[in-house]
Design a protein around this ligand. Sequence first.
Ligand code: IMP
Ligand code: MG
Length: 183
Amino acid sequence: MGPLFSGVYFMISKLKVLITEEQIQDRIKKMGAQISEDYRGKEPILVSILKGSFLFLSDLIRAMDIPHEVDFMAVSSYGNSKDSTGVVRMLKDLSSDISGRHVLVVEDIVDTGLTWEYIRANLLTRRPVSLKISTLLNKEERRLVEVPVDYVGFVIPDQFVIGYGLDYQEKMRNLPYIGVLEE
Ligand code: IMP
Ligand code: MG
């Protein structure tokens, strides 16, 4: 246990692997192939929602074989706790103009759906030709608002997950697998 984890040592002792590194990588290769097929000739902009989706984006685009661009947006919905406040704030906006473009949002997880609902409404005002989402994880049973979800890596149960970009109190994003913290 290195110094990186010292502050969360107690939790680490209760960490279980939910989705292995191999399962994640296999699934992303298939998603990349599917997205390449669906967007061939369309030069999409992939909009990665920071911070949680940066690892997923980096593996997803390397599993794609079509020309595309990437851009980033940061929103905050959680503060530093496990429970959503329901309030979404824009922390960083895109640097590109998405009007007339095919836009594919890249998310780590859709949970209550409030974040995606906010981002979707916000981006639609800029008149993209199409707007879809690719999320690594989908916690379907937690949904508070109905939102369309287009590409899903894994449907997971209502458990708080960490790793592969997802944090607990800003730490442990570097785990190569998805883990569950058990209370
Ligand atoms: P939503 O607005 O409830 O759909 O939540 C979306 C955001 O909440 C995600 O982008 C994550 O940053 C965060 N989130 C939701 N569930 C989890 C979890 O189980 N682990 C870590 N972050 C989560
Ligand atoms: Mg988060």
